[in-house]
Design a protein around this ligand. Structure first.
Ligand code: EPZ
Length: 419
């Protein structure tokens, strides 16, 4: 069984190059399926979930040419809009295949949508939106079957909550719909903007109103192949800034977009880190102590839920009492037990974690259970003086490109081992 062996307690200093955004890659790569021709997508992160997704696209008949950080996708010939149960592991996070399949083939058959280890992750909002466009949806032993016999017709949709995936799927499904589709209470994450920018470059006609929570998709007939570079990963960026605080060091992240990280930067300053921004670089430095604070995760532009585990871990070392409230997912405090093993003082009540800071974390054997929680535990072991182990690092492999090399580049001592 694979694990990471960490010799923690070192002060980490140096620079990290941020990779392309995992959560922008999936919708943009899905959108390539709407285009009959060769699309060239750059700044693709070299991570497990993207590799599995591209493998799946090849299996359904899409031509995929992979480079280290770029992909050429040619969906000219018609492909099979079906993902069978045995392949769902290969499309984690890529629920946007649903909208893409429907836009291109007016039908889809996808197993394993929704449901994962940070919460139920229902797709009722996706279904509500697609049905309002004329899609008929049914379930056959856990497989979602969708088809639109009379084509797709634009409509007005009001989302119950600003779901990222539902917004992306409705945008994709409505690109070729007849007339206008208005999405109210749409998600405003930068990854949505990236998808819209890509689609408009390819000839779609999508408008976003002032604050971004109203999106209007004017149906078009066809899209043309384009070259596009996706945005950097704001969650990876936040993760390495927090690592500076946890290891009392100084870390500069490069190739990032600071305006995507305003809520995170404000919070890190409240906690007492020195954070300086310079064009597409951000530097975080530990300034002698960490201050307690309260954090509440919210849809963008609020504090991102994908940085909740990381900031929770940082606050275990703040001198005082902090509260972290998770309003987006219902089961995202899974790292607390492992942090308690490392000597943290945390009490979870409902959707909040109450933390009393301790002087330091102790080395231990911890187990990654999901992507962001797993990386947060790795950060914790890099902070704790002594030798720790992080079991099941495959969860981290899913979404952080070359994290072992990047951490070693900062002076961290981490090795992947096999027992
Ligand atoms: C995307 O997931 C991201 N994944 C998540 O990142 C991120 O945490 C999340 O957005 C919120 O920002 C990808 O982009 C691949 P949602 P998504 O639909 O689209 C509920 C990571 O670590 N909901 O905005 O699934 C849902 O249960 C991952 O990179 C419904 O109730 O998130 C959740 O509680 C983790 N019904 C909340 O809304 C629906 O139909 C937000 O979900 C859809 C969602």
């Amino acid at each position: 069984m694979e694990y990471l062996e960490v010799n923690g307690g070192k002060i980490l200093k140096g620079e990290v190059l941020i990779s392309g955004s995992k959560n922008a890659a999936f919708p943009v790569l899905s959108a390539c399926l709407l285009i009959e021709g060769k699309c060239h997508i750059k700044n693709i992160p070299n991570i497990l979930d993207v590799k599995k997704f591209l493998f799946q696209l090849k299996k359904i008949g899409v031509n995929v040419l992979e480079g280290e950080h770029e992909v050429e996708i040619d969906a000219s010939s018609s492909f099979k809009p079906e993902i069978p149960p045995e392949e769902t592991e290969n499309i984690r996070g890529t629920q946007t295949l649903l909208g893409a399949f429907i836009a291109r083939h007016m039908k889809a058959s996808i197993a394993g949508l929704g449901g994962c280890n940070i919460g139920k992750r229902p797709i009722d909002q996706h279904i509500k939106g697609l049905e309002s466009l004329g899609v008929e949806i049914s379930w056959d032993k856990g497989i979602l079957k969708a088809h639109s016999p009379k084509g797709l017709k634009g409509n007005k949709i009001f989302l119950d909550m600003p779901s990222v995936g539902a917004t992306e799927n409705i945008i994709l499904a409505s690109v070729f719909a007849e007339g206008e589709t208005i999405i109210e209470n749409a998600a405003r994450e930068p990854e949505i903007k990236d998808l819209i920018n890509f689609l408009n470059l390819a000839g779609a006609n999508i408008e976003v109103n002032g604050t971004g929570s109203t999106i209007v998709v004017h149906g078009v007939k066809k899209l043309k192949p384009v070259k596009y570079s996706i945005i950097p990963d704001r969650i990876e960026a936040a993760t390495y800034l927090i690592l500076a605080g946890l290891t009392k060091g100084k870390i500069k992240i490069k190739n990032t977009l600071p305006y995507h990280l305003e809520a995170v930067i404000m919070k890190l300053k409240e906690i007492g880190l020195d954070v300086s921004v310079n064009e597409n670089e951000i530097t975080a430095s530990y300034k002698g102590k960490l201050l307690p604070t309260s954090v509440k995760t919210l849809p963008y532009p609020g504090f991102p839920t994908d940085v909740q585990s990381q900031i929770l871990t940082l606050l275990t070392l703040a001198n005082g009492s902090s509260v972290v409230t998770e309003t987006v997912f219902e089961n995202r405090f899974r790292i607390v037990d492992d942090l308690l093993k490392m000597g943290a003082n945390i009490r979870v009540e409902g959707i909040s974690a109450f933390i009393t800071g301790v002087k330091e974390l102790k080395p231990s054997v911890v187990t990654a259970k999901d992507l962001r929680g797993g990386m947060s535990l790795l950060l914790a072991t890099l902070s704790a003086k002594g030798t720790s182990k992080v079991l099941e690092p495959v969860h981290i492999d899913r979404g952080y490109e070359s994290y072992i090399e990047k951490i070693k580049g900062l002076g961290g001592d981490v090795e992947r081992k096999n027992s």
